[in-house]
Design a protein around this ligand. Sequence first.
Ligand code: GDP
Ligand code: GDP
Length: 438
Amino acid sequence: MKPVLALVGRPNVGKSTIFNRLTKSRDAIVADYAGLTRDRHYGNGRLGSQEFIVIDTGGFEPKAIDGIYKEMAKQTRQAVAEADVVVFVVDARAGVNAQDHEIARYLRKLGKPTVLTANKAEGMTEGVQLSEFFELGLGEVLAVSASHGQGMRTLAELALQPLNLPDPDEEGEPADPTVIKLAVAGRPNVGKSTLINTWLGEERLVAFDQPGTTRDAISVPFEKAGQKFELIDTAGLRRKGKVFEAIEKFSVVKTLQAIESANVVLLLLDATQGVTDQDAHIAGYILESGRAVVLAVNKWDAVDSYQRETLERSVETRLSFLKFASIHNISAIKRQGLGPVWKSIVQAHASANRKMSTPVLTRLLLEAVQFQSPQRAGMFRPKLRYAHQGGMNPPIIIVHGNSLEHVTDSYKRFLEGRFRKEFELVGTPLRIQMKSSS
Ligand code: GDP
Ligand code: GDP
C-alpha cells in the first residue's frame, strides 16, 4: 500500500504550492481530460520508484466549532490521524504565530512522524531566521521554497524515511490473478454500506474471515458465480457475528488506499444528488490511478423522470473523462439492477488485463492509418509504423514511427476508439504512447 503524507498548516503558508510540486508529474497525465476538476486536495507523488499519496488538508482549524467548518475540521483531523506522516508547513518569512503553536500542540499530542517545513525560504540565510521555529517543539526545520521548486526532493525523502518502507522494486508475494479485488468507492451517504450489506448478506456470496496487519487494507474474500472476489474496505468493514457489515464512516485516506489496492473500482453516485464536486474528485483520482472502473447510480427508485434526465446530463458533462466505463442505474435497497453490475465488473477486469499481440496491434494501426492518415504538421508528416503492448492494468499501447510528437490528440482518440472496439476494452483506461525513432 502506498504511504500517505498529509500537508497541514495555517492558510497561505504554501501548502497547495507544495502539493502541486509533489504531485506534478501525475497532473500532466490527466490535464487533457475535459470535466476533470483540478482543485483536488489529494494526488500521487513519486520519489524514485516509491509512490505515495499526498493530501492537502486545506484549512486546518484544530478548534473549529460549528456547522460545515466543524465537519471539515473533523475530516482534516481524520486525514491527519490516518496519514503515515505529517508535513507541517510554516512560513519562513512571517515567522511563528499563535496558530502555528496551536497546530504544533495538536501534532505533538498525535505523536506521528512529522516533518517541520519552513516554506518561502528562497534567498534566506538559513539558521538565523529559522531558529525561532524550534520553539514549536517538533525538532529540526527544513527550509524549502515551493514556488522556486527548492527542497522538494529532500522534503519527500525526509517524510518517507521514518516509515521504513520495503523496497518497491522487490515485489512481495504476487497477487492471485484469478481474484478480482474490488473497491466500492463514493462519498458519504451514496449507499455504499447498504449495497455491501445487500451483497454480503446474499447466500450465494460466501464471505471468509481474514486477519490483516495494520498496513494492509482489511478485505473480505467471497465468491460469486464461480468468480473469486476480494472486497477492499473503504467504509470500515466490521464483523458482526457471522456476517460482515459496513459501518457508516467515510475516510478519504481509506478510499484512496482502497482504490490503489483494487483491480476494479465500483464508483457509486447518488441519483437524488446529481454529480457533486466530491464525486468528481474521487472519479479523478480513480482515473489517475489507472484502475478499471464501473459506475453505478444508486437510489434510482427515489427519483422522478425529470431528475433522471438531469442526472444523465450531469454524468455526461462532469464525468466525461470516465466515458469508457459502463454505467448502471441501481437501487441497493430494492435490490434492483445489481446483476448487470457484476457482469460489468468482470468485464472491466478482463479488459484491464487483455493481452494484445504485436501483429494484431500493428495490423489495426495500419488499417486505421489507411482509413484516415494523421494530419501533416508543417513540414512534418507523422509516420506510424508498428505498435506493441507496453503494459497491462491499465493496458498501454506503444506506437512506433517517425515525427510522432506531431500526432494530434484527436487522432490519438481516433486510434483509441479503433483499438477499444477490436479488443472489446470496456471499463478500463487505455493509454496510447507515441515513440518516435527520429
Ligand atoms: P496555502 O493556503 O497554504 O495552500 O498556500 P498557497 O500554496 O495557496 O500559497 C499562498 C501564497 O504563497 C501564494 O501567493 C503563493 O504564490 C505563495 N508562495 C507559495 N510558496 C512560496 C514560496 O516558496 N516562496 C514565496 N515567496 N511565496 C510562495
Ligand atoms: P454510505 O455512507 O455510502 O455507506 O451510505 P449508506 O449505505 O449508509 O446509505 C445512506 C442512506 O441512503 C441511508 O439512509 C440508506 O437507507 C439510503 N439508501 C441507500 N441505498 C438506497 C437506495 O437504493 N434507495 C434509496 N431510496 N435510499 C437508499
